[in-house]
Design a protein. Structure first.
Length: 76
C-alpha cells in the first residue's frame, strides 16, 4: 500500500492542489489579513468541505466561524 506522512503545507487558496480533494493527512495553512469574514470566504471557496478550522485568539472570531454565517463544512 501507500503511506502519506501527516503533513502541514503553507499554501494560498488559489493553488490548484488546495482546490482539489485529497484523501491524505494533509493540512493546508492559509494565512489571511483582514476580517474573519474574509477568512470564512476563503475557506468556503472550495467545492468540498469535510472539515475546517481556524486558529485565533479572538473568541468572537471563533464564534463567528462556528455560527450559521461561518464555515459551511460538516466539521468545524
Amino acid at each position: 500500500g501507500n503511506y502519506v506522512a501527516p503533513t502541514l503545507i503553507e499554501a494560498e487558496n488559489h493553488y490548484s492542489i488546495v482546490q482539489e480533494e485529497t484523501f491524505a493527512p494533509i493540512l493546508y495553512i492559509i494565512r489571511y489579513k483582514g476580517s474573519v469574514e474574509q477568512a470564512i470566504a476563503i475557506q468556503n471557496d472550495v467545492r468540498q468541505g469535510l472539515s475546517s478550522a481556524i486558529f485565533t485568539q479572538n473568541l468572537s472570531e471563533a464564534e463567528t466561524f462556528l455560527s450559521f454565517a461561518g464555515s459551511d463544512c460538516g466539521i468545524a
